[in-house]
Design a binder for this molecule. Structure first.
Ligand code: ADP
Length: 804
């Protein structure tokens, strides 16, 4: 889409843009929340309904059932007390209590008739049953009262009976006593016996009647308390028998006037023992009433059990409905919970989908891409890819950014053109084939078109060799991958507008514009530079020739110098040798003296030897010969040393053991030291390993001989003659000090002692070469020789060498 096209689009409101979509998404999520709330409300409503139902119907039913159970239970508990009431009073109280309970039960039954069908008839039946029990108990109590009265009567009759019996028995006893008295006196004996007989029979009957009467009273009284009809039957049997016996005995007394009232009492007694209204019959009736009461009580229990059954049924039905209601509540809660969960999940899902699919994918990622495109464009990459597409606010932004970018490109191109046109260098641009697109005035002056005009190939405006290289370059550039486009820099020739050739430096570099490969060509007028270079080359050629001459001269002088140096070295060697020979000469006298002494000794030993041989004292002569041999060995040693000292030294350096060299040097002065009474002190370190220095043995000895010789010369006229040689090792150096007790070096000459041919000694005594040669030798060893101290107390030379 071009900038104009985009700019042509009116940025009017988007019909269904991000705002509308997000609004829709939030409305959807909010709607889901509302649905969730509605579901929650519905389920709580259902739950509330169930709880109301509980409160309104099941709880009262349960309460009713509980009260019914309570009343029923108290009736069950009270009914037996009613049935077993002992007095009218007790009965009345229980009846009243039961009446109240029954009334309450009736009320409850009326209340619960709807819920518990058959409850009211049951309560009515229970009322009838209780009334029956009441009637039966009343009857039983009446019977018991009558029984009680009969027992009272029995008690009175028994007393009457005993009152009747006792005088009869007393009478009979009296009559029998009288008859017995008559019999004993013998008067009216027949009558007395008859009387006796009659009275005895009568007395026996009375005693029988007394016994049976008492038994009958006991049996009658017992009947009043017997608990079962069987026992009553048994008792009745006995009572019947006793009554029969009583009647029989009474029959024997019927003609006896005194026994009439007894008979009447017995007859009244027997009325209480037998027949209707008798105590056993009353007791029987009482037991029957009690049995009936028990039957009614059983019936009462059954009724109450049925009532309880009904109540239990009621309780169970309430429980069942309550359970159903609880289950419904639980289900309502579970459903509500599931519905809430589902709607929450759906809300979450919708929110996630909106956030992920729409906000993230469609908005955030596009915004990010748009942002990075804007960032790239701001950073100067006008080729940045702008994400277009879609029909919302973001696509509007993208379109605006596209317009911005294209404007920026246009401005940049205009700027580039202005820069190229105004640049202080020759600039041109070409396309990928090397066809010129822009040429600024400076460049146009260097590569003028053959027929004028800006177009044409760059190669066509260069000299043939340069043209070929430029053609090759563009061919290569076309073949090369975009990111590895080559660049070129050559010196060639262009053409002035007037047709004259001009040396030009052509630089070609790739660049990309609007995603197309372009090349920028820098053209530099090389006329001045070529001229300067030519001048430079000329100057360089001249300078080079000069330098060659100078060089040849220098080489010659170096050769001369080297030759002079060689000569100098030779001279130095000569000098060293001369110095040595001079020292040798000095020593020669001493050596001669040294040899003289053994020689004269040898001579004397030889002379004595000959004489001893002549005297035949061969053994003693042999001793002399031995001494001669020793002396010759000593002499040979001295001469050997001299020989070695005189020889030309080895130029190679090595590790030289110090002690033997010091000893060698000292051995040359043994005689002189003795003769001149010079005190000698030698201090060498007594290490386990011998002290070695980097030197050459002969030359080192030469140095030491020279220093010792000077020291001896110095102490020659000193009041105390002392020469000390000491060596000490420190790290990698060895310091050797040669110290004397001479007068010291005068300050005036102190700076000259190492100069060649400087001497303060008389002619013939010194050449003035000793210290100069020693100095050079020590320097060759890489060491140093110096005056360590000098004064009236003496002089000390310090010889420093490298430790080997
Ligand atoms: P020569 O011994 O032949 O004179 P040297 O070069 O050995 O030549 O010595 C140069 C001079 O240095 C000596 O003439 C002497 O004056 C002075 N000199 C050297 N050693 C000592 C010394 N131990 N004490 C005093 N002066 C010395």
């Amino acid at each position: 889409m071009s900038a104009e096209a985009v700019a042509g689009q009116a940025p009017g409101p988007v019909r269904f843009g991000i705002r509308a979509r997000l609004l829709l998404a939030f409305v959807a999520v909010a709607a889901l929340s509302v649905v969730a709330c509605g579901l929650g409300w519905l389920s709580y409503d259902r739950l509330g309904g169930t709880l109301d139902e509980f409160a309104e119907s099941h709880l009262p039913a349960l309460g009713l059932a509980a009260r019914l159970a309570e009343e029923g239970g108290s009736i069950i508990a009270t009914a037996p007390i009613l049935a077993n009431a002992r007095t009218e009073q007790e009965l009345g109280a229980i009846r009243d209590a039961l009446g109240r309970r029954l009334a309450a039960l009736r009320l409850l039954a009326a209340e619960g008739e709807r819920g518990v069908p058959g409850l009211r008839p049951m309560v009515d039946a229970l009322g009838h049953n209780l009334a029956d029990i009441d009637a039966t108990v009343r009857h039983r109590l009446a019977l018991a009262r009558r029984n009680q009265e009969s027992i009272e009567r029995l008690r009175w009759l028994h007393a009457d009976f005993l009152d009747e019996i006792e005088p009869l028995v007393a009478d009979a006893r009296f009559n029998i006593q009288s008859a017995l008295g008559s019999v004993e006196t013998g008067t009216r004996s027949a009558g007395a016996v008859r009387v006796l007989r009659e009275e005895s029979r009568r007395s026996e009957a009375v005693l029988q009647i007394g016994a049976n009467g008492n038994l009958a009273v006991g049996l009658i009284a017992r009947a009043a308390t017997l608990a079962t009809t069987e026992a009553l039957d048994d008792n009745a049997g006995f009572l019947e028998e006793t009554a029969d016996r009583l009647q029989h005995d009474l029959a024997t007394l019927k003609d006896w006037a005194d026994g009439v009232s007894l008979g009447q009492v017995v007859a009244r007694l027997l009325e209480l023992a037998r027949g209707e209204g008798s105590i056993p019959e009353l007791r029987r009736a009482e037991l029957a009433a009690a049995d009936q009461g028990q039957g009614l009580l059983t019936e009462n229990r059954k009724l109450v059990a049925r009532l309880n059954g009904l109540i239990a049924q009621q309780v169970q039905s309430v429980e069942t409905t309550s359970r159903a209601a609880a289950a419904r509540s639980a289900q309502a809660i579970a459903e509500g919970r599931s519905a809430l969960l589902a709607s929450a999940l759906v809300s979450l899902l919708v929110a996630v989908l909106v956030a992920w699919l729409y906000v993230n994918r469609s908005i955030i990622s596009r915004l990010t891409r748009l942002g990075s495109a804007a960032h790239e464009i701001a950073a100067g990459n006008l080729q940045a890819d702008i994400p277009l597409g879609g029909n919302d606010e973001l696509s509007q932004m993208a379109a605006a950014l596209l317009v911005f970018r294209d404007t920026a490109i246009a401005v940049e191109e205009a700027n580039a053109q202005a820069i190229i046109d105004n640049a202080q260098a020759g600039l041109a641009t070409t396309d990928a084939d090397g066809v010129i697109e822009f040429v600024n005035p400076l460049a146009a002056a260097l590569i003028a078109a053959p027929e004028g005009g800006a177009d044409g190939r760059l190669a066509d405006r260069l000299e043939p060799a340069g043209a070929r290289r430029v053609e090759d370059f563009f061919r290569e550039a076309r073949a090369a991958p975009e990111e590895a486009a080559p660049s070129l820099s050559i010196l060639t020739a262009g053409q002035r507008p007037n047709g004259r050739p001009v040396p030009v430096q052509v630089g070609i570099r790739p660049f990309r514009r609007r995603q197309q490969q372009r090349f920028i060509v820098t053209l530099t007028d090389m006329t001045e530079r070529v001229e300067a270079q030519q001048l430079l080359e000329r100057t360089v050629a001249e300078r080079t020739a000069d330098l060659r001459t100078t060089n040849a001269r220098l080489e010659r002088s170096i050769a001369e110098h080297q030759r002079a140096e060689r000569d100098l070295r030779d001279t130095q060697a000569e000098l060293v040798q001369a110095g040595k020979l001079a020292a040798l000469g000095q020593l020669a006298a001493g050596v001669g003296h040294e040899l003289n002494q053994p020689l004269s000794a040898i001579r004397s030993y030889a002379h004595n030897g000959r004489k001893l041989i002549a005297l035949g004292r061969v053994a003693e002569a042999e001793g002399n010969l031995g001494k001669i041999a020793d002396l010759t060995a000593r002499m040979a040693n001295i001469t050997n040393h001299l020989k070695r000292f005189a020889r030309r030294p080895d130029t190679r350096l090595g590790a030289v053991e110090l002690a033997p060299v010091v000893q060698g040097a000292l051995s040359l002065f043994g005689d002189r030291l003795r003769e001149e009474s010079v005190e000698l002190a030698v201090e060498l370190p007594e290490d386990s390993a011998p002290l070695r220095v980097r030197a050459e043995e002969v030359r080192l000895e030469q140095v030491l001989v020279n220093l010792l010789s000077n020291a001896l010369d110095a102490v020659a006229h000193a009041p105390r003659r002392r020469v000390a040689i000491a060596a000490e090792a420190a790290d990698d150096t060895v310091r050797i000090t040669v110290r004397d007790s001479g007068p010291g070096i005068p300050d005036a000459v102190a700076g000259q002692v190492f100069d060649p041919f400087f001497t303060t000694k008389p002619v013939g005594a010194g050449l003035g070469l000793g210290l100069s040669i020693s100095y050079n030798i020590v320097r060759d060893f890489g060491g140093a020789l110096s005056v360590a101290e000098s004064g009236p107390g003496g002089t000390a030379f310090l010889l420093t060498l490298t430790r080997a």
